[in-house]
Design a protein around this ligand. Sequence first.
Ligand SMILES: Nc1ncnc2c1ncn2[C@@H]1O[C@H](COP(=O)(O)OP(=O)(O)O)[C@@H](O)[C@H]1O
Ligand SMILES: [Mg+2]
Length: 437
Amino acid sequence: MASTNERDIQPTSAADSSGAKTQDSESSPEKLYGELLALSRVSAAVSGLRDLDATLEVALDTMLETMDGSIGGILLIDEQTQTLTYRVYRGLSDKFAEEMTLKLGEGIAGRVAQTGKSVLVEDLSTDPRAAWHDLISTEGLKAFISVPLRAKDTVLGVLNVASRSPRHFTKDDMHLLHAIGDQVGVAIEQAELYDQLRKERENYRWLARHMLIAQEEERGRVARELHDETSQSLTGLSLNMQALMEIANASDFGDAAFKAKLEKAHNITLQLGSEISKIMKSLRPIALDSLGLGPAIRQFAESRLQPAGINVSATYEGMEERFPSEVEFGLYRIAQGAIANIAWHSQAKNAVISVRRTSAELIMQIEDDGNGFDASRPIEVDESGRGRGLFSMKERASLLGGTCDIHSQPGKGTKITVKVPVYWSKADARDKGTDSR
Ligand SMILES: Nc1ncnc2c1ncn2[C@@H]1O[C@H](COP(=O)(O)OP(=O)(O)O)[C@@H](O)[C@H]1O
Ligand SMILES: [Mg+2]
């Protein structure tokens, strides 16, 4: 038979249980104090937790401890399927928790999720509203409280507490749980929002990384095309023009103006060739292929900073072996960005650059004694693209499984430290000189 003493209450807080007061819920000062204590314990336990499962587990454990109980669980609503399933539980068999799936409105917890009202049952095994009678009787559940977990006006799930003896809980227990449910609801909402933010950030980082890879590949492709097609054709053009000039000179063909024009055209071809070679160099640094990372960085730093009157000290250590292409390119591009920043922004007198390999890491430091900037603020990329350089330095380092620490203060110079682990196998390393890129 159904319990005659089951009651639904309106979703009010424990302290304000208007419309649901019975003789066992008269709020004596001691009771109120106990409830407040329980509430503050749960609230302290869940506040600041960002992981949803951790939040739910802490909430459930603190709540069971507060109620001196050992059986309970939290079911969450799946928005898409509109069903409730156990997310965390204690004292219930795995079979029970895994098989218990309720549609909204189905069974007692389903009803609580749908209406937002708590339910107190004295004996679940005889309650006609309960679903899954077989599971319930196998589990031996009798007394039962189910309360909604709400954030604002939305029910996110249900918190159940059960006992294997009937008439175990009082209405006070239910009121207290109801208030706890509101606390937990807000914590769940926060954890879900945080989770969403984390996932979106992961997507964003994934995209940023792949854009960096794609950019490098595209640069390589354009450089190769310039080398294989454009440069070759220009060389052919230049040779032909030279031959024409020789023919014109030898056979006295054409007047002086014609010959001058021919020579001018030849010079333009040569100039075009050197401009294309400059573009190829910046797209695909040849020094990196031919000299290796340390010397290539030193060459770039000297060529970029010395003309600006900045004194450069660049050293490298333990860099005899070649590293995988993405490591060399990644570090080289970071160095390019940091060195370009010194040239553009720092007004430094000195720049000190070091690259060294330890047994576990490749460490690159690029330091200047210029005017610095506030690096404690999170990097923001503005519309003009300012910030993109620093952002991509960090992304490139993390793409290589490493870190890029940017240390700077106004008036105190800038120091960039990049650390990349060296866990790649020897087989991955490029053979010096065999890579034609
Ligand atoms: N070495 C440096 N010295 C002084 N300021 C720097 C240095 N590196 C970066 N900055 C500051 O950080 C900003 C962001 O740098 P970055 O992301 O490379 O973008 P951009 O160089 O396009 O402005 C710069 O505009 C500059 O104000
Ligand atoms: Mg920059």
